[in-house]
Design a protein around this ligand. Sequence first.
Ligand SMILES: [Zn+2]
Length: 125
Amino acid sequence: MSLKYSNKINKIRTIALSLIFAGMIIMYIGLLFKNYEWVMVLFMFLGLIAIALSTVIYFWIGMLSTRAIQVVCPECEKPTKVLGRVDACMHCKQPLTLDRNLEGKEFDEKYNSKKYWKEQEKTND
Ligand SMILES: [Zn+2]
């Protein structure tokens, strides 16, 4: 069984990085249209938005990182950060949980949703 899941902080970081590249490519395409000034300005503007957005995302990751709990991965013994109730190791993608009740259970992203836990509470009552 292949696990498609990856560490949340790493995932967001990848998005931010690809946005920077996208922004640069968009700006580069704009340069190809330097004979049509408005097209070039439009592309430059879009490129700037993409780069600005990635800066915002990087800032957001910084805030998330401070909230994430640092643990040592039992699988590869490297320090990693867990965000939410379940997350994957940054290095080996080993699923990790902070909830003892979930230990040994099959990894599922639903454990991070508030809705799932509300429904669980209802069935326990
Ligand atoms: Zn690991």
